[in-house]
Structure formats: C-alpha cells, structure tokens
Design a protein around this ligand. Structure first.
Ligand SMILES: Cc1cc2nc3c(=O)[nH]c(=O)nc-3n(C[C@H](O)[C@H](O)[C@H](O)COP(=O)(O)OP(=O)(O)OC[C@H]3O[C@@H](n4cnc5c(N)ncnc54)[C@H](O)[C@@H]3O)c2cc1C
Length: 275
C-alpha cells in the first residue's frame, strides 16, 4: 500500500465524459517515484480527497498491468463527487490506498470467467476484465454481462466492442430501451440463459447494486454454481478505509478491510440485500 492514512497529491491527467452523470478521471501521483511503485489488485479501491469538500471511496477502473496512471470512473451523486466532476485537467486531488481485498485472479487460471455487472458496477469489474484480457490464453471462455437503466447509461462502449472482437461473450440489457436499442431488455439475471458454458470450472465476479448482487447469487445457485465459485464487490458507505471507524460494518465484517470483494460463502451470512 502506498499511503494508508495521509492523502498524497495526485494530478488529473485526462478526463472523459462516459455518460451524462459519469466521468473517468485518469490521475497520477505528483511524486513520480510513488507512481512507479504503485500496484493494485483488480477490485481494490482508493480514497479520493477533493480539497475543501471531503473524501470518498472509489474503485480503480484501469488495468493492473498499466500503472503509469490510475483511472477512476465516478458517478456524480452528491456533494463530493459533484465537486470532483467540476475539476479540470491539471488540477490536484489527494489519494490514499489502495485498500481492501481484490479479486484473487491468480486462483482463477484455466477457469471460464463470468462477469456480471450492474450500472457503474462495471467500473471495478473493468479492471479485472482488463487483467483477464491481458492474459487471455490463461483463462477459458469469458462472458461479460452488463445491465443498466437506459441505453444512455451504457458504459465503456469502446471496451465492450474490443472485448467482443476478442471473442468475449458480451451481452447488455437495459430496463427502458429506446427505438435504437439492439441489445436485451430486462434485468441482468435475464441474460444468464445466454451464457454458453456450464457451472463446472467457472468463476463468477459480480459488482452492482446490492439487490442485483443478491438476486444474481440466487439465480446462479439455482443454475448449479457453488458459493466457492462466486465473488462480489460490495459498495458500503465507508469513511476511513482501514478498519478504524466502523462505518462500513456489515454483520461481523468491515467492508473496507474484509472486502469490498467477498466470496459468496461469506456473503450468505451477511445482510447484503439492504444497503
Ligand atoms: C469500495 C467502494 C467502491 C466504490 N466505487 C465506486 C466507483 O467505482 N464509482 C462510483 O461512482 N462510485 C463508487 N462508490 C460509491 C462512492 O463512494 C459514492 O458515490 C460517494 O461516496 C458519494 O459521495 P458524495 O459526497 O458525492 O455523495 P453524498 O452527498 O455523500 O451522498 C449522495 C448519495 O450517495 C449515497 N452514498 C454516499 N456515499 C456512499 C458510499 N460510499 N457508497 C454508497 N453510496 C453512498 C448516499 O447515501 C446518498 O444517497 C464506491 C463505494 C465504495 C464503498
């Protein structure tokens, strides 16, 4: 971990507008030596300080194999994320982390991989998808399922096209289609029937709203997936990121240090449906 307690200065290198309320910020530590030392596991998060406004947890959405810079995909939902959205290229933020558990990808070699994402839950998973893409020959078949409210909310179109070109099975669904929408309609669990491999030898990684995670796990268990094969990332309200403040407490776990990535065996014992 580069910095557990003190936010260190980072500069915004570029900003892309992904949807009307979502931007991806590419940032780098001002101290170039720190950036060189930086590494993370897909699924880990950092704490971003927007000076004068506050701090918030955010997953890393870039590749663990491209650490010259770090990308965060941020939805503008409230006070601090709104202040972040107003920042421009060249301005500075504070960064702590990386924190928490990631997806243990090294244990998933030779397995088929099923990614299940809802809304901006695709952001943390993108980092894991990039990692699998980088070492494609080490994995079996790969499916990326994505659900969101409307076609305007679809994230990372360019990535999705590229994943499709690399023979990933990429399927999207929206709750409210428009007349140009060519994908599926309905909730993301409705896409499970289009996944062309059996539960044996398959690992599932899920990120999205709690209710989506809850119902995805139920449906996947019905299809024969065992808890040991399924991992989900939870976005609980949190403050310190290092297990001191107990804001992210769920059952007998702290989401910041025991998670945010949990195995479904642990999730079954936790009150994950309510957020
Ligand atoms: C481990 C982790 C990873 C995350 N990754 C991402 C990501 O990649 N992209 C992204 O856009 N967001 C992510 N979030 C959510 C992000 O932290 C919140 O959207 C942010 O804290 C909101 O801050 P705010 O001051 O702008 O909103 P506030 O003004 O504090 O609140 C606005 C609304 O958002 C809710 N909210 C506030 N904080 C959180 C929180 N920590 N988790 C869930 N809901 C919250 C509030 O209940 C309220 O409804 C992540 C959260 C966690 C815990």
């Amino acid at each position: 971990m580069i910095t557990p307690e003190k936010p260190l200065l980072a500069e915004i290198i570029s900003i892309s507008q992904d949807t009307s309320d979502t931007k991806t910020f590419e940032v780098g530590f001002v101290d170039k030596k720190l950036q060189k030392k930086f590494s993370f596991m897909p699924g880990q998060f950092m704490m971003i300080s927007v000076f004068g406004f506050g701090e918030f947890p955010i997953s890393i959405s870039s590749s663990p194999y491209k650490t010259n810079s770090i990308k965060f995909t941020i939805v503008n939902v409230g006070n601090v994320t709104n202040a972040m959205h107003k920042l421009k290229k060249g301005e500075q933020i504070g960064l702590r982390g990386p924190f928490g558990t990631g997806f243990p990808l090294q244990k998933f070699r030779k397995k088929n991989i099923l990614f299940v994402s809802g809304g901006c839950g695709l952001a943390p998973l993108r980092s894991a998808i990039y990692a699998v893409q980088e070492k494609k020959s080490e994995f079996g078949k790969i499916s990326v399922l994505f659900g969101c409210k409307t076609p305007e909310n679809v994230l990372f179109n360019e990535d999705m096209n590229q994943w499709q070109k690399e023979n990933f099975n990429v399927l999207s669904t929206v709750d409210y289609p428009n007349k140009n929408w060519k994908g599926n309609t309905g909730v993301v669990t409705g896409l499970f029937k289009q996944v062309n491999f059996s539960p044996e030898n398959t690992i599932v990684m899920i990120c999205g709203p709690s209710v989506m995670i809850h119902f995805s796990l139920i449906e996947l268990r019905k299809k024969g997936f065992r808890n040991e094969q399924m991992f989900a990332s939870l976005e609980r309200l949190m403050q310190c990121g290092v297990g001191y403040c107990s804001h992210c407490n769920i059952g007998n776990k702290y989401s910041c240090i025991d998670g945010p990535v949990f195995n479904a065996k642990d999730l079954e014992k936790l009150p994950v449906k309510e957020n």
